[in-house]
Design a binder for this molecule. Structure first.
Ligand SMILES: *Cc1c(COP(=O)(O)O)cnc(C)c1O
Length: 374
């Protein structure tokens, strides 16, 4: 079976985890501190590790004061995690449309949905590409909005020679099992805003003030104060032990992702029905390989036929404005999202795929599209 996505784990991760187990300090301590320092050096901005990417987004929203009655602009075509992170604070996610070529936020559509309650914009770096990031920051400036980048797909991506997270307002990454690097589960908040950093540090540990600093110096908080709502969202040393090794291996992992992406692109190049999205693959570390199959009417059958050939496929994502929990607050139709969604298909992309796997996936898809009534 050619899997759609998977973790890529070597003996080095196993040894690293085993060393933590031997020390019998599994919670948040030295390894998390080390992983945060390595991430900060790699990205070029301070990073704070949390239990997952959704928690990172929620804490980022909370740290800039987003809450009940506030609105946050976000593209509908994203994992429900982006929406849940916003609504977890009491705020309302406002579903926005996307651009056809990149499947990233359409700034004109987003701007048209701004009201006095709009406090932030959450661009999603779909597949790893940053879309109209400059326009998004200009829009945010015009309307005095915070920007919280959902960079769950974009770990390692560079823009204008800088890593995502090195510039901008607040940037959140995910290290779940299938992302560009993993720590089992996990994520981080990256920002140069000192106030936000301190709020996230405290909020991930139940709001216990300066508990992070205590734990990283081998101490514990007995006598402490709490001044705001916190959560149990910290990272464990076991997770960090995996993440540290994955970050060391990232140069190799990232090139493999790019190489696979380029092979797909070269095969689908000039195909009249199978269109890959626009992405600057020399600078993007891609998380998923997404095609739009023009005129596709029966994706379910296509996926079944691919599976019969031993190939898993998927689609990213079910638009959030169609989910019951969010539909009531977003009665709108989104022209581009609604039109494109049924034609999207994600093909296997992970570092353990061989060239022949990739060729098999691509040629199988081309053959099915040509011969079946799909
Ligand atoms: C994975 C993902 C998240 C959430 O990350 P978790 O670590 O799974 O909580 C958020 N947004 C997008 C677009 C994602 O793909």
């Amino acid at each position: 079976m050619i899997r759609l996505s998977k973790s890529t784990i070597t003996n080095a991760e196993k040894v690293s985890v085993s060393n933590v187990l031997d020390k019998e300090y599994l919670g948040m301590g030295d390894e998390v501190n080390k992983f945060e320092n390595l991430l900060s050096d790699f990205i070029g901005s301070p990073a704070i590790c949390v239990s997952n990417g959704t928690a990172a987004l929620q804490l980022a929203c909370q740290a800039v004061g987003i809450g009940l009655g506030d609105k946050v602009l976000v593209q509908s075509l994203t994992y429900v995690a982006s929406f849940q992170a916003i609504s977890a604070t009491g705020a309302t996610p406002v579903a926005c449309d996307i651009k056809e070529n990149t499947l990233t936020l359409n700034c004109i559509d987003a701007e048209s949905r701004i009201t006095p309650n709009t406090k932030a914009i959450m661009p999603v770096h779909y597949a790893g590409g940053v879309g109209d990031i400059d326009e998004i920051y200009q829009l945010a400036k015009r309307h005095n909005l915070r920007v919280i980048e959902d960079a769950a797909h974009a770990f390692g991506t560079e823009y204008r020679g800088k890593k995502i997270g090195c510039f901008g307002d607040i940037v959140c990454f995910s290290f779940d099992g299938i992302k560009n690097i993993t720590s089992g589960e996990g994520g981080c908040v990256v920002t140069k805003d000192k106030k936000v950093l301190q709020k996230v540090r405290d909020a991930r540990l139940l709001g216990v003030e300066k508990d992070t600093e205590k734990r990283f110096s081998g101490d514990r908080s007995w006598d402490f104060n709490v001044t705001s709502q916190g959560w149990r969202y910290h990272m464990s040393n076991i997770m960090a032990a995996i993440g540290i090794v994955q970050l060391e291996r990232f140069p190799l992992l990232s090139v493999k992702r790019q190489d696979i992406y380029k092979i797909y692109n070269s095969i689908f190049h000039n195909h009249n029905q199978i269109k890959s999205i626009e992405l600057d693959i020399e600078n993007v570390i891609p998380h998923i390989y997404v095609v739009r199959i023009k005129g596709l009417k029966n994706r379910e059958l296509l996926q079944k036929k691919m599976l019969e050939l031993g190939i898993q496929t998927g689609y990213h994502y079910q638009p959030n404005h169609l989910l019951d929990f969010y539909r009531v607050r977003n009665e709108n139709t989104l022209l581009v999202t609604d039109a494109i969604f049924p034609e999207l298909l994600s093909l296997p992309l992970h570092p353990d795929l061989t060239k022949s796997d990739v060729h098999k996936v691509a040629t199988s898809l081309i053959r099915l599209i040509a011969n079946e009534n799909l």
